[in-house]
Design a protein around this ligand. Structure first.
Ligand SMILES: Cc1cc2nc3c(=O)[nH]c(=O)nc-3n(C[C@H](O)[C@H](O)[C@H](O)COP(=O)(O)OP(=O)(O)OC[C@H]3O[C@@H](n4cnc5c(N)ncnc54)[C@H](O)[C@@H]3O)c2cc1C
Length: 394
């Protein structure tokens, strides 16, 4: 019996393919350019601000990145993209995250809304929207979760009804990151009544211009004091017909592809990087072998995750969907980044959260923010379920 179970598990694990690799020379050359850029433009950026990682935003900084050609980097030049490789994009993301650069304004548009439009959008939608994203002028938010519909996304109740003027939308979205600064939302909406035989049918995606009448945005302050996400209400909002993304009723498969992009990047293991940096500085004041071992463990873990995450970028480069691999790296990455505060607490070994130094400030922030890391982009249980299904174990 044991042998049978083991062989099933081994065969299942073989479905995850994350071969180690190295970055091509052009990507490493780009790394020094990005580092010089960051040293110049973020020279007076505080540790506390860097600790916000990819949740911190600054429209002027997004515009500067647009000028560098570092937003929409892999997209066709006819839409404003730079036609560079997924691995070059990986280097830019990695350096931005390591520096704690304020990238949140354009992050969602660059990571998933733009690619969604490249995959499923109309030519008119692409021409209208993608160049402004690449310039760092157009930001997106994700309208998936609703009250009582988070993990069970197929149960959403926001409704779209076809009228002679377009789609009339009523309902609400919840936990919508950066909706208060976004120009557009990609919203998942029920456009046909629920079908008990196929829960994923009857859902459609729309591009919603956040300036249209019928939209109310209410901020929700998180535990760390950030106005990061929002509730968004739609009351008789009218969305023009040409703002439907892809095909009516096929929103579920589009959303699944989008979620693979949402889970695939280095932001899923580098969110606590500033704390690791400050921890090393703090421990360097009075070096001890025990601390070196603790930090060594973290760095070895980080290096392994980096290899796995880069392998996901290779899958994207090859034009394949990284659904299973991205879920796997997200789960392992989130466990790592969420665990750094308790390792730091153990190694520093004094009362923390009360001091005014860089380490204390960053520790206080990351300890609180880390709670959310295993919720955003799909909870731990849901992501583990996806991995189990992908491996044929469920
Ligand atoms: C920082 C942050 C930013 C976010 N930004 C966005 C955004 O921009 N746009 C957006 O649409 N959403 C966003 N979300 C929402 C996020 O996607 C949801 O919080 C998440 O999907 C969980 O949904 P929920 O909060 O309704 O919790 P629930 O789905 O109610 O889950 C509660 C608990 O039950 C567990 N659970 C639920 N179902 C199962 C199951 N079948 N099996 C086992 N366990 C289960 C979950 O794992 C979780 O632990 C954000 C969340 C956070 C924390």
């Amino acid at each position: 019996m044991y042998k049978v179970i083991s062989s099933i598990k081994i065969r299942a694990m073989l479905k995850i393919n994350l071969p180690p690799g190295s970055l091509p020379p052009n990507a490493e050359k780009l790394r020094s350019e990005v580092r010089d850029f960051l040293a110049k433009h973020l020279s007076d950026y505080s540790s506390a601000a860097r600790a916000k990682s990819w949740a911190g935003s600054d429209p002027a900084f997004s515009e500067l990145l647009g000028q560098q050609g570092w937003i929409g980097m892999t997209w066709p030049s006819k839409y404003g993209g730079a036609e560079r490789s997924a691995l070059e994009r990986y280097v830019v993301l990695e350096e931005m995250l390591a520096a704690g650069a304020p990238v949140a304004a354009h992050w969602i548009a660059d990571r998933q809304s733009g690619p969604l439009l490249l995959n499923f959008g109309t030519e008119k939608q692409r021409q209208k929207i993608l160049p402004a994203i690449c310039r760092g002028h157009s930001y997106f938010c994700i309208g998936m979760s609703e009250p009582n519909s988070g993990s069970d996304l197929a149960s959403i109740r926001t409704k779209g009804v076809k009228t002679k003027n377009g789609w009339q939308i009523n309902g609400s979205k919840l936990w919508t990151s950066k909706a208060h600064i976004a120009h557009y939302m990609i919203a998942l909406v029920r456009t046909a009544p629920p079908n008990p035989k196929n829960r994923h049918a009857g859902l459609s995606q729309f591009i919603i211009d956040m300036k249209r009448p019928g939209i109310t945005i209410r901020p929700i302050r998180n535990i760390a004091g950030d106005d990061m996400f929002n509730e968004v209400f739609f009351e008789d909002l009218v969305v023009p017909n040409d703002m439907l993304v892809g095909r009516e009723g096929e929103g579920w498969s589009q959303v699944t592809a989008e979620l693979a992009l949402e889970r695939s990047g280095p932001e899923r293991y580098l969110s606590s990087y500033q704390l690791l940096y400050e921890l090393v500085s703090e421990l360097s004041i009075n070096p001890k072998e025990r601390n070196a071992i603790g930090v060594g463990r973290l760095v070895a873990h980080l290096a392994t995750l980096r290899q796995m995450s880069m392998a996901v970028a290779v899958i994207l480069e090859d034009g394949r969907s990284p659904e299973l691999e991205a879920a796997f790296v997200k789960e392992a990455g989130v466990a790592f980044e969420q665990g750094i505060p308790s390792v730091a607490h153990d190694l520093v070994g004094r009362s923390i959260l009360l001091g005014a130094g860089n380490f204390d400030q960053v520790m206080a922030y990351v300890t609180q923010a880390a709670r959310s890391f295993s919720l955003r982009g799909g909870t731990r249980e849901i992501v583990r379920g996806i991995i189990a299904r992908g491996l044929g174990l469920r």
